[in-house]
Design a protein around this ligand. Sequence first.
Ligand SMILES: *Cc1c(COP(=O)(O)O)cnc(C)c1O
Length: 513
Amino acid sequence: MLLHGASAHAYARATHRVVDDVAARLATVEQPWSGTSRPELAALVDAVDLDGPGTGTDEALRETAELYATHAVWFHDPAYAAHLNCPVAIPAVAAEAMLAAINTSVDTYDQSTVATLMERRLVEWTNARIGFGGGDGVFTSGGTQSNLHALLAARERALAAPDGSRLHGVARHGLQDRLRILTTGSSHFSVAKSAMILGLSDDAVVTVGTDDDGRMDPGALAAALATTERAGDVVMAVVATAGTTDRGLVDPLGAIADLADATGAWLHVDAAYGGGLLLSRTRRHLLDGIERARSVTVDFHKTFFQPVSASAVLVREPADLARTAWYADYLNPASEADGAEEINQVDRSLQTTRRFDALKLWATLRAVGADGIGEMVDAVCDLAAAVHRDLAGDPELHVVSPTDLSTVLFRYQPDGVTAARSDALVARVRRVLFDSGRASVARTVVDGRPCLKLTLLNPTVTLADVRRVLGLVRDAAHGILAGQALMDDAPPCRDVHPRLDRAGGHLATGDQR
Ligand SMILES: *Cc1c(COP(=O)(O)O)cnc(C)c1O
């Protein structure tokens, strides 16, 4: 059962069977997911006897695929357009099989050897793409951890004594209460969550104003910097976003860097979404100024088409990451911290045991080249631009925000449908599509009003595919409104819950299910 020399054949057999099964499913999947109801799924999950005798590898994997793969959400499906999930690069998936079997932990050199060197090479490569002359960094589980780590590093710098040592006791806590993070209301929620985890005060996150589109307004940032200083508070970090999660907007990094430089503030650029622009030959300029950040978050599992998880936190000054290091005699003794003998990535990480996610990016870069990834990023941005153009003047679907990347925020509101009714439709349309399994779109709130969201992260999707999804949105909205009209006419005695008919795309009311 365990993987070793004598079981190599059993390993190959089990893995090939799984691969063949997934390949067969990929070839036949026709919609993002099965649409099976949650009670039905819960019953299937609960029916499995986890305390029973083992069934053997073949049967266990067959049963597991039947449960999981049959009902999973397939991000590669053209009608999946909800969140920041991408179809994954084949070399990366194959590399995932390699790293899973070898099971390297990239914490200390003696557990990882060449893997540590490969990860460090990719950190250097990413830093060179950013434009840091040197720097340091480490792979993480995702943008959330990357942001947390960057803000931890910023906190440690803010809480360092003049000689660079850590402040302690009352001096530390008094100062920590006055630390502020300046960012817009569109920055990722992990920024505010990090402030909570880092023990900052409840009002640590200061919201900076934006321009009409939603990008950080440098004038508002200048004012917020001045106000913070006047109040006797300390700017721990300015967080700019290169690709906001909802609108896909890039804050004006150069102007923000000017202000950060002038005040000595730590600039963190959250490029979890927009990081792929580093490889774009047509849109790289959107990231101009990112090289002036002190820390950067990049999510390879978004715009680099990597399987979850793959992200990195990068810093311009190696000392900034070193401030967050912790040493243990059994693992990474402080005497080795200079890296002369062995280089231990655990010094740089919030994790200890850690996956060798870098291998996936390595294999992908070698397979398609950096330009190849950049072209895929451009393809999804071009597609979003085409959808925005397509919807201009649409009588029913109104785009509510521009994008620099690949999201489409829109609302169903034809003439005669009130704003309140349009708002109420958002959650119901999403639900009808999701329940049908035929399309997955997201919903969010922009400028205080709900709207629907497409996140386009599949470079093989065409405008026709997106039009089909938008057709399902229209069908769902028409069906819900028709159901409501029915209820307006009749005494409100039946619960009208429209669903998309699986085969047709026509709507059936709940009692016809
Ligand atoms: C997705 C995202 C994150 C969080 O990244 P995870 O990998 O999901 O943890 C952070 N910031 C931005 C701007 C994001 O879009």
